[in-house]
Design a protein around this ligand. Structure first.
Ligand SMILES: Cc1cc2nc3c(=O)[nH]c(=O)nc-3n(C[C@H](O)[C@H](O)[C@H](O)COP(=O)(O)O)c2cc1C
Length: 261
C-alpha cells in the first residue's frame, strides 16, 4: 500500500503532525502543497491520500484550496484530512470535504488538533509552560489519530451550520483585500540580504531588489517571512516589533525545502 500526505505548514506545526501520522503508514511520502501539482492522477484503491494543514481565518489556506481543486484523485482512495488551529477551528474541514465531494471523492477520516498559535500580527506565541502543555496534548491526540488512520477507520466531519455560513463570508471579506495587505511588511537594518524570506514564501510573493525584500502584492498571509527571518529583520508595521517569533521546536527551515519537489 502506498500513502501520500500533502501538507502545508508556515511554522512547522502541520509538518510535525504529518510526520507523526506518516510513521504509522506504509510506504508514506510527505509532499508540500506548495510544490507543483502531480502530473499523473494520485491514489486509487489500496492507496491513502492525506491532507494536513493549518486553519486560516476559520478555513483552509487559499492556495491549498486551489491545490486540492486541481489534484486528480482516483476513485476508491482512502482520504483523510487533519487540520490544526490555535483557538477557533471554523469550518476548514467542512469546506475541504465539499471540494472533495464535488470531485466525487469521499473524505473518510477528518479531525483537528489544537496547536500553538502563530498569527504573530495579533498575538505572541504561548509562554514556555503553555507551549509545553499544548505540544504534549497534541502529541497524544495525533498518536490516536495516527492509529485510527493506519486502521483505515472512518470519522466524519463535525458539522456546524453557523461556522459554515460564517466562513464563506469571512473569506470573501479577507481575500477581497489580499493585494493591499502586504504593503505593511518592512525589513529593517538587521536585514543581511540572505534571501531566506523569498526562499520560504510559499507563493513566491517576495523579490530581493537591491538587497531588500519587496513584497509583490499576492500575499496569503502565512507570515513565514517574519517567523523564519534569521535576524528578525522583518516587521509587519509596528505590530511585530519585539514580539517573539515562533516555530515548532522539532522543525527547521531546511525541512520545508526537503519536502518541496
Ligand atoms: C493567516 C493565519 C490565519 C489564521 N487563522 C486562524 C483561525 O482562524 N483560527 C485559529 O484557531 N488559528 C488560526 N491561525 C493559527 C494557525 O492555524 C495555527 O497556529 C497552526 O497551528 C499553524 O500551523 P503551521 O505551523 O503548520 O503553519 C492562523 C494563522 C495564520 C498565519
Amino acid at each position: 500500500m502506498k500513502s501520500t500526505i500533502y501538507y502545508f505548514s508556515a511554522t512547522g506545526n502541520s509538518l510535525e503532525i504529518a510526520r507523526q501520522i506518516s510513521k504509522g503508514l506504509d510506504n508514506c511520502t510527505i509532499k508540500s502543497m506548495t510544490s507543483q501539482l502531480p502530473k499523473k492522477p494520485v491514489g486509487g484503491p489500496d492507496e491513502v491520500i492525506g491532507f494536513v494543514f493549518p486553519v486560516y481565518y476559520l478555513d483552509m489556506p487559499l492556495f491549498m484550496e486551489q491545490f486540492v481543486e486541481n489534484l486528480n484523485i482516483l476513485p476508491g482512495t482512502y482520504c483523510f484530512a487533519i487540520t490544526n488551529y490555535a483557538r477557533y477551528k471554523g469550518n476548514a474541514l467542512g469546506n475541504l470535504e465539499e471540494i472533495l465531494q464535488n470531485k466525487n471523492i469521499q473524505l473518510n477520516y477528518a479531525d483537528d488538533v489544537k496547536m500553538p498559535g502563530n498569527y504573530i500580527v495579533s498575538y505572541p506565541p504561548p509562554n514556555p509552560d503553555k507551549l509545553k502543555e499544548v505540544l504534549k496534548n497534541s502529541r497524544i491526540k495525533v498518536n490516536n489519530i495516527a492509529k485510527s488512520i493506519s486502521n483505515n477507520d472512518e470519522k466524519p466531519v463535525e458539522k456546524s451550520l453557523l461556522s459554515r455560513i460564517f466562513t464563506k463570508h469571512l473569506k470573501f471579506i479577507i481575500f477581497g483585500s489580499i493585494s493591499k495587505w502586504d504593503e505593511k511588511f518592512v525589513s529593517d537594518n538587521k536585514c543581511t540580504c540572505c534571501g531566506q524570506c523569498a526562499e520560504v514564501c510559499p507563493v513566491e510573493n517576495i523579490e530581493i531588489v537591491n538587497c531588500h525584500p519587496i513584497w509583490q502584492h499576492h500575499c496569503e498571509r502565512c507570515l513565514r517571512c517574519i517567523q523564519w527571518c534569521p535576524t528578525e529583520a522583518i516587521q509587519y508595521g509596528k505590530k511585530t516589533v519585539g514580539v517573539k517569533r515562533y516555530h515548532h521546536p522539532n522543525v527547521t527551515v531546511e525541512n520545508f525545502i526537503e519536502t518541496k519537489d
